[in-house]
Design a protein around this ligand. Structure first.
Ligand code: ACM
Length: 635
């Protein structure tokens, strides 16, 4: 019996080790990580030892201890006079600066005797704890108590620090409004993956979301639009007397609360006031700011801009008038309050997608152009941005703007956020300006992430594997000008927080790793396996995510007889694709895709589903043959 007991214990020990070793799966991948033998088993009375009395360190320790005690049910205790006692979690600031770690780096050492996290600064301890949470079993992601016989942390040695200091996500809270609580939960998820910048897109054609006390109509009028549900861009125009019931805004107290919540988690808020285009909410509130004063309404998702490829044509004037001095008085008021409210050194002034056709027709703009010797509408916008830069600087802040601010001449001290690919960023860096990279072809997480026939409607395509290829440092650019990067979550088509999460994850895992992990340490195969582990954690935290990486990619070609051929592949390895043309639902007893398919005469749909290890993993996709013909350019 005794022998049996020992054998059982031995097997259990091995199983614990195997389980723990397999379970190391951290996003973003740390700079250096090595597994050592053994594990640390969380004691039922956990001591968190600090070696400093800094409030920031205490705050970080408290947040962690609350999380741990809620989920495990264990007692936690924080002491500020840490020694090297056994069985404790130590959060120690380095006595001597470790240059390699910088301000946000950390080391984690887990042994059977305890956990040691060292950093130069409190932010490093915060990130060390985020890593420790990912080392704990996935159940730690629960929002409530979980009964578990033991909480095991595999023994590891980690040294980690970020590649970039600007690791952001843009959250568009205009096209759809998200409450203060939702913004906080957005921050909670960001920081798990070591993001440190939340770019809040606060104003646009569909709303003005920040209280400006000296300009009350911005939120009395500008924050509200007619409610519409369905397909964005195809909504009906609101009638003038229709109640404007959809919207909302953050009071200045709300903003202060969000800033504090973010700062406690080492997140900076970058506010964006998008001008001179994208300004319909401001114009609806104060029509005299337009070159074409009249009656305007906040846009409700009805079409007012016609897009032809990269060109666009405005049916309605949604711009501020660069030739109207009252516009600069207005902006002075806005930036006075924004600068007082947001502690960050930068204010984002937009500058993108400004349709200038109404300026072209404006007498006042023509006179101004003549007086100032401006030859093009781009130079007129540049004149406007340079004046705005002076206003913003007079409030003690710097401007950052979308790459259109390069057109017509860049303002002297502007930082450029490159979104139309990396081109603008490269140009700005070569002119010795700072740059944040957020190229639409790698970092726009509002785009399709799987085939459009199987996804909620949006536009263009950014699959997970492409988002993982993002590298903010283009060849030939001096790295010192690249502050970092962001992924951008525009919200035209995000009417709920659940869908915001669906669009963000897993692509924001990819951006997080592209911004944190050294380029040489990135590895797609390792990454998607770690993504799958995060999915299990999201299942527990009940965070929504997209499983589109399990769905096949369809491509088409034509054979020598001009007949359609269909190719299927998957983003990740190890999946089997089963298909049917006969309208029935394929499963793993159906034909398995091996080579390109030709279409049986009269078939109208190709149905496909992916399996792994004989279990369905992707969703059933019904692809109309007519759609494939269209894609192949066939009738
Ligand atoms: C943008 O996507 N218009 C910056």
């Amino acid at each position: 019996m005794k022998k049996m007991f020992f054998l059982f214990s031995f097997i259990q020990l091995i199983m614990v080790n195997v389980f723990a070793a397999d379970d190391i799966s951290i996003i973003p991948q740390p700079v250096k990580i090595s597994r050592s033998s053994g594990n640390f088993i969380l004691p039922k009375n956990i001591t968190i030892e600090l070696n400093s009395h800094l409030a920031d360190v205490k705050e970080t320790a408290l947040e962690f201890s609350k999380k741990i005690s809620i989920v495990t049910g264990y007692q936690t205790r924080i002491t500020e006079n840490g020694t090297n006692s056994l069985n404790a979690i130590h959060l120690f600031l380095n006595k001597k600066n470790d240059v390699a770690l910088g301000d946000e780096g950390y080391t984690v050492s887990v042994t059977a005797k305890g956990v040691f996290i060292y950093a130069n600064k409190p932010a490093g301890l915060f990130y060390g704890l985020k890593t420790l949470l990912q080392l704990l079993p996935k159940e730690i992601e629960s929002n409530s108590f979980i009964q578990k016989s033991s909480w095991i942390i595999p023994a590891v040695e980690i040294t980690d620090y970020p590649r970039y200091k600007w690791r952001g996500i843009l959250f568009d809270v205009v096209r759809h409004f998200f409450t203060k609580q939702e913004v906080k939960s957005f921050i909670d998820n960001m920081v798990k993956y070591k993001y440190n910048m939340l770019h809040l897109h606060l104003t646009d054609d569909q709303g003005w979301r920040v209280e400006i006390k000296s300009l009350p109509k911005l939120t009395e009028v500008g924050a509200w639009r007619a409610e519409r549900t369905g397909r964005w861009g195809e909504f009906s125009k609101p009638s003038p007397d229709e109640p404007k019931t959809y919207g909302g805004f953050y009071t200045q107290d709300d903003i202060k609360e969000i800033i504090k919540y973010a700062a406690d988690r080492y997140v900076t808020i970058l506010p964006e006031i998008d001008i001179p285009g994208h300004s319909l909410a401001a114009v609806a509130s104060y029509p005299e700011l337009s070159c074409t004063p009249g009656t305007y309404q906040v846009n409700s998702g009805d079409r007012f801009m016609i897009w032809k490829g990269k060109d666009f044509y405005g049916l309605l004037d949604n711009t501020l008038c660069p030739a109207n001095e009252n516009v600069y008085t207005f902006l002075d008021k806005v930036f006075t309050e924004v600068a007082q409210l947001f502690p960050f050194e930068y204010i984002h002034i937009g500058g993108d997608e400004c349709y200038k056709g109404f300026w072209e027709k404006s007498e006042a703009c023509q006179q101004l152009m003549q007086k100032e010797g401006l030859k093009t509408q781009e130079e007129l916008q540049s004149y406007f941005i340079k004046k705005v830069e002076k206003i913003v600087q007079s409030k003690g802040k710097k401007i950052i703007g979308w790459d259109e601010i390069l057109e017509g001449g860049l303002a002297p001290d502007a930082t450029v956020m490159s979104w139309r690919g990396m081109k603008g960023g490269i140009e700005a860096a070569k002119m010795n300006h700072h740059v944040v990279m957020t190229p639409n072809d790698f970092a726009y997480v509002d785009l399709y992430q799987g085939d459009p026939v199987a996804e909620p409607p949006t536009y263009s395509m950014l699959r997970l594997n492409k988002s993982y290829e993002f590298d903010p440092l283009p060849e030939g650019v001096d790295p010192k000008y690249i502050l970092g990067g962001q992924c951008n979550l525009w919200s035209e088509r995000l009417s709920t927080m659940r869908h915001a999460e669906y669009m963000l994850w897993p692509r924001a895992f990819a951006t997080a790793e592209c911004l944190w992990t050294p380029a040489a340490e990135k590895n797609w195969n390792s990454f998607y396996q770690r993504v799958e582990k995060q999915f299990l954690r999201f299942d527990i935290s009940q965070t929504k995510y997209s499983r589109s990486m399990y769905d096949p990619v369809f491509t088409t070609s034509k054979d020598a007889n001009d007949s359609l051929l269909i190719q299927l592949k998957t983003e990740i390895d190890g999946l089997d694709i089963y298909y049917s043309f006969d309208e029935t639902e394929p499963d793993n007893f159906y034909p398995k895709y091996k080579n390109q398919l030709s279409i049986p005469k009269d078939a109208s749909n190709l149905k496909v589903i992916t399996y792994r290890d004989n279990k369905p993993i992707g969703k059933l996709i019904v692809m109309p043959i007519a759609e494939l013909r269209k894609r192949a350019g066939k009738k």
